[in-house]
Design a protein. Sequence first.
Length: 305
Amino acid sequence: MIRPAPRSIDQYLEQLREALRGEDPALVQDALYDAEEYLRAELATHAGRSEADVLELIASTYGAPDEVADAYRTTEATVRAALAPPAPPTRRTPFGRFFGVYADSRAWTALFYMVLALVTGIFYFTVTVTGLSMSAGLAILIVGVPFFLMFVGFTRLLSLVEGRLVEALLGVRMPRRPVRRTADAGVLERIKEMLVDRRTWTTMLYLLLMLPLGVAYFVGAVVGLSLGFGFVVGGLVLILQAVGVDVGQNVGIDGEPISALWAPLMLVGGVVLTTLLMHAAKWIGQGHGWFAKTLLVAPAREATA
């Protein structure tokens, strides 16, 4: 179906959103932001001319909404292919699939994210609680409204930073541009947009929940790695002691030495436990990526105000 030529920037963005229907919401958000940024910049350089005239003038350079949508799809596929990590070798046996997780880079990056989440979770939680408390305390003063607006803007910035971490370490497409807001809206209109925008509150909820999630991720990763490596090292020490090598320490429980017969079981248990942790890290990374996208990314229909 041939769409009529857009006569305003809002119509252009609406047609672009329709052309990108079904695409990743993060891609839609980036495309709408870039398009409006370019169109409004062009409109400013042609002061005195109507939006319809400017859109018609730049149609040959920037492209119609359908053409821009196709260009973004092509670019997205190219960038995704370039940034995708090497695919792990295909394992045919259950044994190979179980231990093949060590060759999957996503498992390692997800494990690193679990450890890093404690630091980011503490920072996000502190900023959000402090911002909400100060916003409530300053609400009766004239500086309360500007402070709240700056606080919400800062949480949006944190969501973009967190999105970069999620995309880089967990492989989930996140926005690279903020949600574009009404350009000519006044202060009261902007406040209303922020209050009614569910992403204002889901972003804060995500930042608050990152503290308990970060603690859980960090404890799970550290405890799992410690137990796995501990069993492996303990098994190796028992084997060395059994062949007469003095390692300078004994492996035991409550001061009682453990028989060398436990060495193979400890070795196997340590390797299996560490491998299970790698699989768990990969699954947690996938789940957290979905969680982050749900709370931090505006649905395609809400990608612009």
